[in-house]
Write a protein that binds this ligand. Sequence first.
Ligand code: ADP
Length: 612
Amino acid sequence: MRRPARPHRRPFGPRALAFAGLTAVATGLAAWGAHRWAESAALDAVIVNGEQRLGLYASSIRNAVGRYDYLPALTTRDHDALALLADPTEARRNTVNRRLEDANATAGSAALYLVDRSGLALASSNWRDPAQSFVGQRYNFRPYFRQAMETGSGRYFGIGVTTGLPGYFLSHAAQTERGVIGLAVVKIDLEPVQRDWAAGGERVLVTDENSVVFLASHPAWKYRALHPLPDAVRARLDETRQYDRSALDPLGLREGAAISPGARLVSLPEPGADRPGGARRAYLMQDRVLPEFGWTIRFLSDLEPVRVQADTAALLAALAVLLLAAGAALGQQRRQTLRLQRESHALLERRVAERTAELVAANRVLREAQEELIQAGKLAALGQMSAALAHEINQPLAAIRTFAASTRILAERGEHALVQSNLAMIGDLAERMAVISGHLKDFARKGPARVEAVPVARAMERALALLAPRLRDEGIALDTRIPPDARVRGDAVRLEQVFVNLLRNAADAMADAEERRLSLSAAPVTEDGAAAWEIRIRDRGTGIADADRGRLFDPFFTTKEVGQGLGLGLSLSYGIVRDFGGSLRAENNADGGGACFIIRLPDASAREPSTP
Ligand code: ADP
């Protein structure tokens, strides 16, 4: 029986699509969330680091400057210096030059010099170098000069007009009873500080109050304005020559969002690529104001690692979600496979059950057909035998007619004794016809009436009892070995009938024998794995001629004289035994002659075969 094949599951059913969509959304959300979280965490770390660096750099600048704070004030207390300021002589200048040179060398400052109240440098630590010497230079335009003259002290960053080298200038006024007579100035080199920054690979810059970068870890940033300078500022810077002849081009800083107070996103042209449209780089810029200097230290943190961390986190989160989804999908697939297995298992079981039912039904049909065939065969056999039957019946009929006619004559003659004898003959003939008709009725009967467990020994005893007078008369010895537990499946009465037929045949065959002995036995055997009993009825008679062997069980086959046998006994017995699922066969005895008829029948103690 063919069924329509189960429709194949589409590779992307609505559930699978929904799952894929959900996975995509979850992956996106996870990646986005992880990116944001990692970015903010990394930024926080960057900010903390920046704050620490800014603190460090602020103190390094304060240290670098503070170290020399005392020097101008100390210088203005020097007796010779004051004398020089009050009354400049060449001898005093020489003395003070040397003293300044010594003090400068001891302190490690860039230069130490003395300026009179007009702004003219009277003595300087670098007096020996004509190209560098400040002596004779006028510094009245420098803010540190004015500051000191007005307030007593000044501080100022600028590029040296004489040396062209940047420095931080600290000035201190020389105060006497006559007022300010001049000032001492120390120039501090801040280059070593920024060299440390550059060496650390960090990006630091320091801007003045005009946002001009004057200290930077990267030289390209130096003397650049963070923002374009207003003209007024530019004019003042020119006047003070603070950054000498530097163009102070804008650095090209672009400010982005503020992340936290003192921290904002910015971008700068890559050093060396600061032409318009050049490569830019994003930074987090953190500021720290140094109020005493009016400066701002700015620390730039590269945002690339932040981006990498955020991207990595996003990727990992996406991977994690995808892995989870894959796990879920695998689990689902496994469950589905198991379900399909269960379904196909159930289908298989159902099919097996169906096939079994079909087989059982087919078996029943077959059995019915077989029974029909057997029945049809019997009827056909009846048809075939009708001629023989007519002959069998006609003979006694004709004989009866003849006897009747002669009896009538004998009766008219009053020969009562002969009449009696004829009537007896007629009775015998009628009896014979009754026997034939009885046999035919048996033959035509359909199937076994019932199947029961038949004790073989008991059935044999009854058959022998029926034949007892004849066996006794003919002096036939019995040799019975049938186990009491031999029980076969069949019908007791019909099995007795078979035994009677076989025993009678055996007796017939031994009519002329010298040794008349019947051996009856039963033994368990197995046939195709099923338990059965083999019952043997063995005689010492004529045995079976080879020519008769093939016809022995045919209806109406007989070697006996007319009136002695009908040739139906074996045929009937064969049919009965087969009806019970057994077999009947004959063989000649190897020793001592005679025939042996062997009935094989299923063991009744064996499990009942499942017949309806
Ligand atoms: P019937 O006994 O009426 O002849 P059966 O069908 O019983 O019919 O037997 C058919 C024939 O089988 C017998 O005529 C006989 O030739 C042969 N036969 C049956 N039993 C034996 C036997 N025990 N020994 C030899 N021949 C036998």
